[in-house]
Design a protein around this ligand. Sequence first.
Ligand code: COA
Length: 209
Amino acid sequence: MLIHTTSPPSQPTLPPMTTPTALLTSPPPNPKIHLTTVSDNPKNLEGLKRLNSLLLPVNYGTKFYQDIIRNPDTDGALTRVAMWDGGVGVVGGVRGRWEPPSSSSSSSLSSSSPTDGTPRGGKIYLMTLCTLSPFRTLGIAAALLQHIVAVAREWGVEEVYAHVWVENGEALEWYRRRGFVVEEGVVEGYYRRLRPDGARVVRLRMLGE
Ligand SMILES: CC(C)(COP(=O)(O)OP(=O)(O)OC[C@H]1O[C@@H](n2cnc3c(N)ncnc32)[C@H](O)[C@@H]1OP(=O)(O)O)[C@@H](O)C(=O)NCCC(=O)NCCS
């Protein structure tokens, strides 16, 4: 299996840490990573499926993956896989979902009509974000998140948000360092396969940044 046959890459020198906002706007790009869509190459979609089933505690069904191909302007635009140079294949991936503005929203951005077919306003929900263990701490998840944040800016969405398992302190801290606010309350019963089964919601406000 990929995770066992691939030697962990050497660690690059890290740039000095600044503020979370600075991390989002001026990323430390890792030249060995490139992001790609899954629609052009069935192997990339298979890679994303493998990654999610290996690393995440939620079982994502066929529709989750079919929608990426069926809806290229929304689900497809919010899905990227990270490839590591040298033919290793998919080493990280993100799958987001666009949530249109509710009709009660009074935001001018939310109510603007998508004349060119581009989504406007609303929210982006991060359904999955993960990196294969040997390829962690190389900026892969940061690069994937930066793609989502760039799309969020382009679409004028209000926020990007996600659920994180209450015990996943590493991921909660990772989001916090990138400007997300971790909500106090716990969504009980969110992870049926885990004990405890609660999730924390993390939110990155986009408007007025
Ligand atoms: C949480 C998770 C997605 C992070 O993935 P990752 O690819 O290791 O994340 P990054 O490399 O972008 O960031 C990790 C750290 O490496 C550092 N780093 C190391 N080398 C780097 C480089 N070349 N460029 C940028 N950052 C680098 C980052 O600064 C970061 O440290 P910080 O959080 O203290 O700022 C990963 O641990 C994972 O897949 N966990 C399991 C699934 C999960 O929990 N998903 C999230 C909840 S949905």
